[in-house]
Design a protein around this ligand. Sequence first.
Ligand SMILES: NC(=O)c1ccc[n+]([C@@H]2O[C@H](COP(=O)([O-])OP(=O)(O)OC[C@H]3O[C@@H](n4cnc5c(N)ncnc54)[C@H](O)[C@@H]3O)[C@@H](O)[C@H]2O)c1
Length: 142
Amino acid sequence: MSKRILITGGAGFLGSHLCERLLNEGNEVICLDNYFTGAKNNVRHLTDNPRFELMRHDVIDPIKVEVDQIYNLACPASPPHYQYNAIKTIKTSVMGAINCLGLAKRCKARVFQASTSEVYGDPAVHPQPESYWGNVNPIGIR
Ligand SMILES: NC(=O)c1ccc[n+]([C@@H]2O[C@H](COP(=O)([O-])OP(=O)(O)OC[C@H]3O[C@@H](n4cnc5c(N)ncnc54)[C@H](O)[C@@H]3O)[C@@H](O)[C@H]2O)c1
């Protein structure tokens, strides 16, 4: 059955492909992005689709939409971008997750939360299996 789906960070690398995939499967997609590292150009080819909606918004602020599913991909992924403004990155990760969870609770929606191998610190194992606890320096740049 067709779902109404929110993709935060939807104009980014992974998000834009996910928008396309979920639209092709017949869903309604709301693509939310502040265009920090993403771009409208990544999803321009989808804007004629009546089931697609583009929303300029920052996940730090509460999100007021009605959806069945949420994919929270909103966070700069590459080191130069997430290190550019560390406090903004923390706000994006923490407040973005809280806002998505709040929205999910209100709408009874399911959430997919993207993460990164950066959570393992400077890993000594490649690739990292789910059982690996990481190699984290708590006072390091990461
Ligand atoms: N690309 C990969 O190989 C990979 C692998 C593992 C995990 N991830 C994770 O997946 C997520 C997406 O990665 P990506 O490669 O698509 O990155 P990306 O930088 O291309 O996309 C992130 C998107 O989030 C948007 N964004 C950033 N801050 C925002 C904010 N405060 N409010 C709204 N939108 C905001 C950006 O503008 C961008 O469009 C990240 O959390 C990343 O760590 C990516």
